[in-house]
Write a protein that binds this ligand. Structure first.
Ligand code: DGT
Ligand code: CA
Ligand code: CA
Ligand code: ZN
Length: 580
């Protein structure tokens, strides 16, 4: 079990205690321990053998050390199990609904014995929530929409969740002699923002046909397996504890390329490719590209050979959605996609001044370690009170401190001043223009009143970007993947105007956001918009985590020339919307 999983058990226990009306002091100590488990660099599983090592972690006292040891020994926490037995496992799922915290769940339980999403949906439809405290019509509508969104996205997993599972499973599988290579295929390889299931391909001597028995048993013995769905000679399918399905296939090296091509998909890409093969007198399967007449193999071992035999260039998996890539590869006219090494800076991040975990200096040092040439510090503004957002006075003091750190870094990295200023409900900005005018990078973002109508939201964002201080429109759809749908807005209209004004649009690389999505990124490019990719880090450890975002840019066919923060520091500043 890894640290985040242990942290989750502790924070779920805190939630359950709060719902149960437990002692505040106790609830807080679970929350603090969850936070500590999330933050620490100590491997908790290993440290659990020695109480003293656990106690050295700030936020872990005697009773929480004992809890961590219980988790390490049994994989679970007795108190959590007890509370779940009392209320039912569905209670925790309720907390996934937007705006649903332990207090609301407790209210729903006390007033109507609601302990799952299904029961909540039923109660709403039967009108049983009307009249409950804090449950006005608007609140109930919000809940109904939250349930719809949740059900629509159920069964898919965020790309980072799928990726981390793939890495853990790969590490385990590669320890087996005879498994030489584990390659993720399917939607994960294509870099889609979510995955329905995980497809892993294994090759090596232990994966050759008629010889797979031991390797199959090793796969089936993976400790993270919740239940096995199917186990055959060259395939094992199972669920992980979080419900994610994993399809593992064992392959002979000779047909590795054909299998990788087939199981990478997408389905639409494969259908189109197979038609092309047929026209050329070939048949394409997961085993090989073969001649139709005598079934002899034309290519099978690598993807490059297969695409080449079809008269095409090999293409990165992110492009394989049947959106013109097959024709482009046949014309030898594939785009050159942006790469990690192209990124020179990151201009959206938070510090301890608001809701970040690190200081300006720590962020600068971490960015330096990522190889960046520049960053901008962009904390929240006062409208986001729960983040301790900056008012005018604090914002100016912060700018001063940012400039000091910029000096201290002595040119090793540039630290630009900035702010993520809230776009208020009417489209006004949350801070005075004179204050904004003193900053290098002003990002304007919508964080509140997301329920506005399409007309209101479009007008609101258009008004905000008219403000000449705005350089970048932050996370332009406000979505939280699998949790909150994008707000209603006329994106085409906003992108057109942003392009006219020279306001850049952000691709937010945080894996829970990833907006603009691939489709809208294409639209942004077609509209002539400048695009900036940012990590939106609230923690120095997240700096440099641009991979998931990068893959969305690549899915949108973007090259380095399409993304502003591939420029050097001075060129980047100069390329932002010029000062009025
Ligand atoms: P997902 O799992 O929903 O995120 O999406 P994928 O693309 O990973 O889909 P999945 O896991 O069902 O299948 C993996 C790949 O296998 C898929 O991208 C293409 C290939 N594949 C699966 N079923 C078919 C099929 O019926 N025809 C063709 N041509 N390819 C298929
Ligand atoms: Ca899949
Ligand atoms: Ca699959
Ligand atoms: Zn934001």
């Amino acid at each position: 079990m890894d640290n985040p999983t242990m942290a989750r058990l502790l924070s779920q226990t805190a939630d359950l205690l709060e719902i149960d009306g437990g002692d505040n002091f106790r609830i807080r100590s679970y929350r603090r321990a969850a936070e500590a488990a999330e933050q620490t660099t100590v491997d908790l599983m290993a440290a659990a053998a020695e109480t003293a090592r656990l106690l050295e972690i700030p936020g872990i006292g005697k009773s929480m050390a004992a809890n961590l040891q219980a988790i390490a020994a049994t994989g679970t926490l007795p108190l959590r199990d007890e509370l779940l037995a009392k209320y039912g496992a569905g209670l925790l799922e309720l907390l996934n609904l937007p705006g649903m915290g332990p207090k609301t769940v407790a209210l729903l339980w006390d007033a109507a014995r609601i302990a799952s999403i299904d029961q909540l949906a039923e109660a709403i439809e039967a009108g049983r929530l009307a009249g409950l405290p804090r449950m006005g019509d608007k609140q109930i509508d919000k809940l109904r929409k939250g349930i719809d969104d949740y059900r629509r996205s159920a069964g898919r997993y965020r790309i980072d969740v799928a990726e981390e599972a793939a890495q853990r499973i790969s590490a385990y599988l590669l320890a087996f002699p005879g498994i030489d290579k584990v390659t993720p295929a399917g939607s994960l390889r294509r870099g889609r923002e979510t995955a329905g299931d995980l497809d892993l391909l294994l090759t090596g001597p232990a994966c050759a046909p008629e010889n797979t028995g031991a390797a199959v048993e090793h796969v089936a013995a993976y400790p993270g397996i919740h239940d096995i769905i199917a186990k055959g000679e060259n395939k094992v399918s199972f669920h992980l504890a979080n419900g994610l399905q994993v399809d593992v296939r064992l392959l002979p090296s000779a047909s590795y390329g054909a299998a990788l091509q087939y199981f990478t998909g997408s389905k639409a890409h494969n259908v189109s490719l197979r038609q092309r093969a047929l026209k050329m007198g070939y048949t394409l399967s997961e085993w090989a590209l073969a001649r139709l007449d005598d079934e002899s193999t034309v290519a099978a071992a690598t993807e490059e050979e297969i695409y080449a035999a079809l008269g095409m260039d090999w293409m990165p998996a992110e492009l394989r959605e049947n959106l013109g890539e097959i024709e482009a590869a046949a014309r030898h006219a594939l785009p050159k996609l942006i790469e990690k090494a192209d990124l020179r800076g990151d201009v959206h991040m938070h510090t301890t001044a608001t809701d970040g975990h690190n200081t300006i200096r720590e962020m600068a040092e971490a960015a330096l370690a990522c190889g960046y040439h520049y960053i901008a510090i962009t904390d929240h503004s006062k409208n986001l009170a729960m983040t301790n957002g900056l008012d005018e006075k604090r914002a100016l003091e912060h700018v001063q401190r940012i400039r000091e750190v910029d000096q201290q870094m002595q040119g090793r990295i540039r630290v630009f001043t900035g702010i993520e200023v809230d776009i208020l409900a009417d489209g006004a900005l949350d801070l005075d223009d004179e204050v904004l005018a003193q900053m290098d990078v002003v990002i304007a973002s919508v964080h509140t009143r997301l329920e506005q109508s399409r007309e209101e939201m479009t007008a609101r964002v258009l008004r905000a970007i008219e403000n000449p201080n705005v350089r970048i429109l932050g996370h332009p759809t406000g979505r939280l993947l699998l949790r909150r749908e994008p707000f209603a807005m006329d994106m085409g209209n906003v992108l057109r105007r942003a392009s006219e004004l020279g306001v850049a649009v952000e691709h937010n690389a945080a894996p829970e956001r990833l907006d603009l999505n691939d489709r809208n990124l294409r639209l942004a490019k077609e509209s002539g918009c400048r695009i900036v990719m940012n990590s939106d880090s609230h923690d120095a450890r997240n700096l440099g985590k641009m991979d998931y975002g990068l893959r969305q840019l690549r899915r949108a066919w973007l090259g380095h020339q399409d993304v502003l923060n591939t420029l050097g520091a001075e060129e980047f500043l100069a390329a932002l919307r010029p000062r009025a």
